[in-house]
Design a protein around this ligand. Structure first.
Ligand code: ADP
Ligand code: XUL
Length: 526
């Protein structure tokens, strides 16, 4: 009966998914993805990022995202196996933290998008700044310290906004833009996140920002769900007038603009507020109930979950975001030594993943009491600026001990540093490329002493966006559906749960404490 579209604008690509929801069917009926570098080489990006002489800067062209949106809408119009007028609502997910700077003409121009011209050609005249800093930007350390100092320190900023200042967060990026180009900042009338910028292109007007993505800016008062005057003052002058209003994530922010109707024949479907990718992944991996911990084993590893109450991560290396599905919150902690650390061990012993898994299977749980701190590169959690792997009892030439050491070290670090989000998860939902590896998931189950369910890797955020569109439309239409029903209809684990083994869990109950002490002593010694 009803089709809902979900998009995911990530660093490197734009994906779309269409779900069909009726009494008898609940299925994904269409999916498509566009890789920016491949399809739009004329923008000159590499992995979605522009070359830049500014050290640590990571900038992308907003016109590229618009080009991809235009193209994917054309593909849906031409190839989707359903009549377009069945589309009821659209939502999206986007890389978090990135910001787009629009000028005073943008409001007027957004309302008059010309269906005979490409969307990308109509974006530059909207902008006060032709590039957008994105989450990979690490160039704002000075701004982070200045903002923290102005509000009374990192803990004070975390208590207000849910995170201490992070280089990639939007507030520090705005402060840098203001100090680098005050004229450009003065010409800026509206600062959007990637999510609200793309939703504005769909709706043909400046749309509000959802509360979830707004909490990745170091600017929102998390408890109030409104801009924090103290954080805004610490960031840049007259900022309140340049930011969109904040709304709950399930808000209908507009309807598809005439541009899309005239150009491709889309109906004036509801546009539901877009959100950040990690927030949409909470929905796309069914973390909508308490007791579930999500672990994504990707390039970096992340642990995230819905939280009943606001607990700020004590050393403040994690983030608290407003939840995308309720009036509650979610916590997220990122570990930079994820797949790259596992690959470093794999490659050091010339293994492939099969041989890596064999060594893991054949070696004893607890690694005979030996430990590894897996800091192959700089680490976010705990903060380690100068990397170096630390071993306790592991011979550097022993392949099995190192394979087990890196995986156990990562899992114990995750268990230790995700306790503030979820102290003893009842079940773990695992995703990400390395979740394909069952032996790694067995160690996860044993270390956390919780069963592990594996979910499909690639599309959690995109699917989450489509599910949010369905949920918001049902709510707005007066026949709400529960999040359990929404997720149970579409989010299915791959295979049976991997249970913890009781004897192994007992070994780790002890080893986890030794790991924490080892980590603390190494950090103390610097
Ligand atoms: P990204 O964070 O870039 O989206 P993915 O979630 O796609 O990353 O995960 C990619 C990673 O998955 C690769 O870097 C690789 O190390 C890891 N990976 C893929 N297959 C396996 C496997 N069988 N065992 C362990 N790791 C794997
Ligand atoms: C989260 C973060 C990334 C981006 C990119 O804080 O910076 O996960 O959302 O996907």
């Amino acid at each position: 009966m009803a089709i809902y579209l979900g998009f995911d604008s990530s660093t490197q690509s734009l994906s779309a998914i269409a779900i069909d929801v009726s009494e008898s069917t609940r299925e994904v009926v269409f999916a498509h993805a566009i890789v920016f570098d491949d399809v739009f080489p004329e923008f000159g990006t590499r992995h979605g990022i522009l070359p830049s002489a500014d050290r640590g800067a990571a900038l992308s062209p907003p016109a590229l995202w618009a080009a991809a949106l235009d193209r994917i809408m054309a593909v849906i119009a031409a190839e989707a196996p359903f009549p377009l007028d069945r589309i009821r609502a659209i939502s999206g997910s986007a890389q978090q933290h990135g910001s787009v700077y629009l000028n005073g003409d943008a409001a007027h121009r957004l309302e008059r998008l010309d269906p005979d011209a490409s969307l990308a050609s109509q974006v530059p005249p909207l902008l006060a700044r032709d590039v957008a800093p994105v989450w990979m930007d690490t160039s704002t350390t000075r701004e982070c310290r200045a903002i923290e100092a102005a509000v009374g320190g990192p803990a004070a900023l975390a208590a207000i906004t849910g995170s201490r200042a992070f280089e990639r967060f939007t507030g520090p990026q705005i402060r840098k833009w203001f100090s680098q180009d005050p004229g450009g900042y003065a010409r800026t009338h509206r600062i959007h996140l990637v999510s609200s910028f793309l939703a504005s292109l769909l709706a043909g007007r400046h749309v509000p920002l959802d509360r979830g993505d707004a909490s990745g800016m170091n600017l929102m008062d998390l408890a109030a769900g409104a801009w924090s005057p103290a954080a805004l003052d610490a960031t840049a002058p007259a900022l309140a007038s340049k930011l969109p209003p904040i709304v709950p994530s399930w808000t209908i922010v507009g309807a598809l603009a005439p541009y899309w109707t005239r150009r491709y024949g889309f109906p004036a479907a509801k546009v539901v507020a877009w959100s950040g990718d990690n927030l949409c992944s909470v929905v796309g991996t069914a973390l909508v109930a308490e007791g579930r911990l999500g672990i994504s084993l990707g390039t970096s590893d992340t642990a995230f979950a819905s939280m009943p109450a606001c607990t700020i991560d004590p050393p403040a290396s994690g983030h608290v975001f407003a939840s995308p599905h309720s009036r509650g919150l979610m916590g997220l902690t990122c570990f930079s030594n994820g797949s790259l650390a596992r690959e470093a061990v794999r490659d050091a012993f010339a293994l492939d993943w099969t041989a890596f898994s064999d060594l893991l299977r054949r070696s004893p749980a607890g690694n005979r009491g030996c430990l590894m701190l897996p800091w192959f590169g700089p680490e976010i959690t705990p903060p380690v600026a100068r990397p170096g792997v630390r071993r306790d009892g592991i011979d550097t030439g022993d392949a099995a001990a190192n394979v087990r050491g890196v995986v156990e070290g990562q899992m114990m670090a995750m268990a230790l540093h995700s306790r503030w989000i979820q102290s003893s998860p009842r079940v773990i939902h695992a995703t990400g490329g390395a979740a394909a590896n069952e032996e790694i998931l067995r160690v996860m189950a044993d270390v956390f002493d919780a069963p592990v369910l594996r979910f499909e890797v690639g599309n959690a955020a995109c699917l989450g966006a489509a599910l949010r569109a369905w949920h918001a439309d049902a709510l707005a239409s007066g026949s709400p559906v529960s999040w359990d029903e929404v997720t149970e209809s579409f989010v299915h684990p791959l295979g049976a749960a991997i249970p913890p083994i009781r004897e192994h869990a007992a070994v780790y109950a002890d080893l986890r404490q030794r790991y924490a002490a080892f980590e603390a002593s190494v950090l103390e010694r610097g």
